[in-house]
Design a protein around this ligand. Structure first.
Ligand SMILES: *Cc1c(COP(=O)(O)O)cnc(C)c1O
Length: 433
């Protein structure tokens, strides 16, 4: 399959080039030239399959032209080695639990897939590939763990010092081997900017093969389409549903919209935000005003200029009326998020994490006007990952799953850098030397 650049539809690349580069040469984002549509028989066949089985079929549809079938099956089965169950929270509202992977966050899906796909493509190269990734929390852990020990790939995780929870930090600063954590004296937006600058730096790219594991890499967000199908397949036949997606950089949302283009019979998507609501404002006013992000308790959504927004515009041919027909925006303050987590826990016993809580409440609000449609909100992280803010609300301890507790016992190792691009560049040159 060919992929075009969102900055210039005529600029095209194959899968290998698009995955290794991450960003198109003109700095646009890669998108499939045409999204393949699955037939009804395949869709119906998904009922009763787990996520892995569905992923094996859909990865053939998306990537089958470019990778030998048995290799692709192996990549998919190794990457997507856990399920995404749909759990009833209350009548008409389900949580799609995306946190059953190794780092207990939905980003495991895309990160593990990308790591193995990249590993496949770089096997023929005789130099290391350097993955640069900026994280506001969960990306770092999912990417670092997804890439750990993959040969030929070195990962450099940039994160805002003090801007992630202690437990998140432990998950990408303790791994060693081919993973290095860069503690940036700045914000998440600084981290994203540094990564972008590195990709634009020709002097650097003449020396190092750099790629990105942020959701700008198409091999990270496309596999996330798989679990939208898995969600649908768990509904009772004939159920009309919408998705509510807690959003930051909008990779998850883009994947859902691609799933829709592939033939998923769902037409409504809710964009749930914290107070970093540039997309919600856009949906209300038609004006897109990126601005610096503000820290919140749902910190993985503290994004002031979502990197996948152009992909969403492209999927709807930049037609505002069309976008607002399918997408509805909601945003919540920290006070509201705390109130939601407490209320849901009290009323149904379900423990939302702060991100999932925004998705839940958006679904709840939308259903007030559309009670006939079932809401599925994406529960993007295990609540224990944000236990500090949750315990405050529910007044009792949140148990730490053993997988997370194990990270907590390890020792953090980071390299500190400033927010200036020169600091990152010096570091990268020193790695190369
Ligand atoms: C990354 C993340 C999000 C936002 O996902 P995007 O694809 O960037 O919109 C939401 N919740 C959690 C827990 C995350 O880690």
């Amino acid at each position: 399959m060919q992929y075009y650049s969102t900055s210039n539809r005529k600029l095209r690349s194959g899968l290998k080039e698009a995955v290794i580069r991450g960003l198109a040469p003109d700095r646009g984002l890669f998108m499939p030239v045409s999204v393949p549509v699955i037939n009804r028989a395949m869709l119906e066949g998904f009922r009763g399959m787990d996520l892995t089985a569905i992923a094996v079929q859909l990865s053939q549809v998306l990537f089958g032209e470019d990778i030998p079938a048995n290799e692709l099956k192996k990549i998919t089965e190794e990457a997507i080695n856990f399920d995404t169950p749909l759990v009833v929270v209350e009548k008409g509202i389900y949580a799609l639990e995306l946190f059953h992977g190794p780092t207990l966050a939905f980003k495991d899906v895309g990160a593990r897939f990308l790591a193995r796909l990249l590993g496949h493509f770089t096997r023929e190269l005789n130099e290391d590939i350097h993955v640069l990734v900026a994280t506001s929390g969960d990306t770092g852990s999912a990417v670092a763990n997804g890439f750990l020990d993959i040969e030929g790939i070195r990962v450099h995780v940039l994160y805002p010092s003090g801007g992630v929870t202690p437990l998140q930090e432990k998950q990408f600063t303790t791994l060693g081997n081919n993973i290095t954590a860069l503690e940036v004296q700045g914000s998440f937006d600084d981290c994203q900017r540094l990564v972008k600058e590195a990709f634009m730096d020709e002097e650097l790219s003449n020396q190092l093969t750099l790629t990105s594991a942020n959701s700008i890499n198409l091999a990270r967000f496309l596999p996330q389409a798989f679990y939208y199908f898995r969600a649908w397949a768990q509904l009772e036949r004939g159920t009309k549903a919408f998705f509510s997606v807690p959003s930051g950089n909008y990779g998850n949302m883009t994947a859902g919209l691609v799933a829709r283009e592939m033939g998923l019979p769902v037409n409504t998507f809710l964009s749930a935000n914290n107070i970093n609501d540039v997309v919600a404002s856009y949906l209300l006013t038609g004006r897109y005003n990126p601005r610096p992000s503000t820290p919140t308790i749902a910190n993985a959504m503290d994004v002031g200029d979502p990197s996948n927004f152009d992909r969403i515009l492209d999927l709807f041919n930049h037609k505002y009326e069309w976008i607002t027909e399918h997408l509805h925006g909601y945003s919540f303050t920290d006070t509201e998020i705390r109130e939601i987590m407490g209320r849901v826990y009290k009323e149904s016993g379900y423990l939302c994490d702060p991100h999932g809580a925004t998705g839940y409440q958006a679904a709840k609000s939308f259903r007030e006007e559309h009670p006939e449609i079932t809401g599925i909100f994406l529960e993007t992280a295990h609540p224990a990952k944000f236990r500090e803010s949750i315990e405050e609300v529910i007044g009792s301890p949140v148990e730490l799953p053993e997988r997370l507790a194990a990270f907590d016992r390890l020792e953090k190792k980071t390299i500190e850098i400033g927010p200036e691009y020169k600091d990152l560049k010096d570091y990268l040159f020193s790695v190369q030397a």
